[in-house]
Design a protein around this ligand. Structure first.
Ligand SMILES: OC[C@H]1O[C@H](O[C@H]2O[C@H](CO)[C@@H](O)[C@H](O)[C@H]2O)[C@H](O)[C@@H](O)[C@@H]1O
Ligand SMILES: [Ca+2]
Length: 550
């Protein structure tokens, strides 16, 4: 690709991104070994295009002991053989680009597997040597005492004794995931080389895993340090010099002000997951009250022009409740995880549809918010058909089970021996593949899948959703949320009833007086907005998108 072509393709594409997050191992198995692979994913690209997504985010596919499902990398520049070969990967990227889709890969840069050759070399090298210095060591385990433990259900300390090195090593996650030492310039160079490797293969961006924890310093909590922000700015500047258009997406599970800091002044990450908003959406729907969403969106508005939040409902991890108050967490646990098996660390390991009790009205409402609040939406594979989960599987595996393509053998996921599947299929009367699958929903015009296709098609026809400013509208009813997204003169009014009972609201639309709201699903034109408040009625969890035509 020439430089000009690259620049054209990439100009701010992240702002219009509709991201689909998937696990290659659980998506589609082309060679029948029970494991999803790149050849299989390539065959499903038309399905993704038909859904209306334009960006694919891949969970880790690198060689790994897989003690944290691939977030424990032992070789950053190859592909674990079950997923295929580098040529399969190249073909996948080309096929995605041919459909105008972008590809974001996972970059686990905070830590490696303890099996990684860098760590093996470090623990065997003398203290103080450049090899040892790739990781963070200490003679005692009382350094960095102010640092919290993230995986509270499995780890007691962020230090683990290594008998080979005769020292403790630092880790923010599992004890088999030693943290890299970013005070060492050689580590930074090594990580930049890894990024160049994947960019040369055509990758369009990286999800930067666990970025708040990159750099450590004594007497701090070792999160969001200025050194970490400087490092990210350096990475961006260095990469952009050779790869204009590359996108960095920060996974910074932090409070609002700290999360937005990952944009810098437009010179750090292009995107950041909207961790502060996600739990507040679940709170608002549980309480039937719009305030948690309004407060959080207002608090996180006004990010640098070229930046974009990545908003999401669910992902491959537990629904994290780290960045809410204890009272909020207890409320969300009581509401959505009364079955204690669903609780993991400070979160809930369930998929969206089971969280919503398979209530189609609430599932639609949440997607309507996901697709209309400011940011690029991220859909988690399978949620478009309302897939369920399996709380009996360990860790977060219960939300990572094979995609349910059909009611046939192995849910249409693999032609292989059912005993060899990467993870067991869901097989129960409510969520089993026999009842929830793509093939059945393709045939049903009223299915969730076809509804998601329709709403995404509407969204992509109006750039105000992706790029517009947001202005909340007073409703005189706390259960009703209303906001206008505005871009280049087009105004879209989004309104929803967050409660489980019918509601009426009086919208303050005086600014739009004289305009006629046109409902975007059915194209019905509603009565014109006058000088007085505009009345509107809703079914439980009802919603509308209106174009406000002057
Ligand atoms: O590589 C370790 C982990 O990194 C990400 O973790 C994030 O998920 C945690 C919850 O599972 C969350 O509490 C933390 O703040 C995040 O950084 C990754 O998404 C995980 O899958 C992975 O285990
Ligand atoms: Ca396979």
């Amino acid at each position: 690709m020439s430089e000009t072509e690259r620049e054209l393709r990439y100009a701010s594409w992240h702002k219009d991104a509709v991201i689909y997050q998937l696990h290659v191992k659980s998506f589609f198995d082309a060679n029948g070994d029970g494991f999803g692979d790149f050849a299989g994913l390539t065959r499903k690209l038309d399905y993704l295009a038909s859904l209306g997504v334009n960006t694919i985010w891949l969970l880790p596919f690198y060689p790994s002991p897989r003690r944290d499902d691939g977030y424990d990398v032992l070789d950053y520049e190859s592909i674990s053989p079950e997923f295929g070969t580098l040529d399969d990967f190249r073909r996948f990227v080309e096929a995605a680009h041919a459909r105008n889709m972008h590809v974001i890969t996972e970059l686990v840069l905070n830590h490696t597997s303890d099996q990684h050759p860098w760590f093996q070399r470090a623990r065997n090298a003398p203290a103080g040597s450049p090899e040892r210095d790739f990781y963070v060591w200490s003679e005692t385990d009382d350094k960095f005492a102010e640092t919290r433990i993230i995986f509270v259900d499995s780890e007691r300390s962020n230090w683990t004794w290594d008998p080979v090195a005769n020292a403790y090593f630092w880790h923010r996650f599992y004890s088999h995931q030693p943290d890299l030492n970013y005070h060492n310039p050689a580590v930074i160079e090594a990580v930049l080389d890894i990024m160049r490797f994947w960019l040369d293969l055509g990758v369009d961006g990286f999800r930067l895993d666990a970025v708040p924890y990159l750099v450590e310093r004594e007497n701090t909590n070792n999160e969001n340090l200025p050194e970490t922000h400087r490092l990210l700015k350096h990475i961006r500047k260095t990469l952009e010099a050779s790869y204009p258009g590359v996108i960095l997406l920060a996974e910074a599970n932090q409070w609002p002000d700290q999360a937005r800091d990952y944009f810098g002044t437009g010179d750090e990450c292009h995107m950041a997951f909207h961790f502060p908003l996600m739990p507040r959406i679940f709170t608002a729907v549980a309480m039937g009250n719009s305030q948690p969403i309004i407060t959080m969106v207002q608090q996180t508005d006004g990010i640098p022009e070229e930046c974009q939040w990545a908003i999401f409902l669910r992902n491959h991890d537990e629904l994290t409740l780290e960045m809410v108050t204890e009272a909020e967490r207890n409320f969300l646990w009581d509401t959505y995880a009364s079955d204690e098996r669903a609780r993991l660390n400070l979160g809930i390991r369930r998929r969206l549809s089971p969280l919503m009790d398979q209530d189609r009205r609430r599932v639609e409402l949440l997607h309507m918010l996901l697709f209309s609040l400011p940011g690029s939406p991220v859909l988690y594979y399978g949620d478009e058909i309302g897939m369920g989960d399996n709380v009996d599987l360990g860790d977060r595996d219960g939300v990572r089970t094979p995609m349910q393509w059909s009611s046939g053998k192995n849910a249409g996921f693999s032609g292989g021996d059912p005993k060899t599947l990467a993870l067991p299929l869901l097989d129960n009367p409510r969520f089993g593949f026999q009842v929830i699958n793509v093939a059945a929903q393709e045939k049903d015009p009223h299915s969730l899948l076809n509804w998601v296709r329709r709403i995404l098609a509407i969204r992509s026809a109006h750039q105000a959703f992706a790029r517009g400013a947001i202005c909340f509208v007073s409703t005189e009813n706390p259960a009703v949320i209303a906001y206008v997204r505005e871009y280049k003169g087009e105004c879209i009014l989004c309104v929803a009833n967050l409660s489980n009972i019918a509601q009426a609201a009086m919208l303050d639309l005086h600014q739009y007086s004289g305009s006629r709201p046109r409902e975007l699903f059915g194209k019905t034109v509603f009565p014109a907005v006058g000088k007085h408040r505009y009345p509107i009625m809703f079914q439980p969890y009802g919603y509308f998108w209106f174009q406000l035509k002057p």
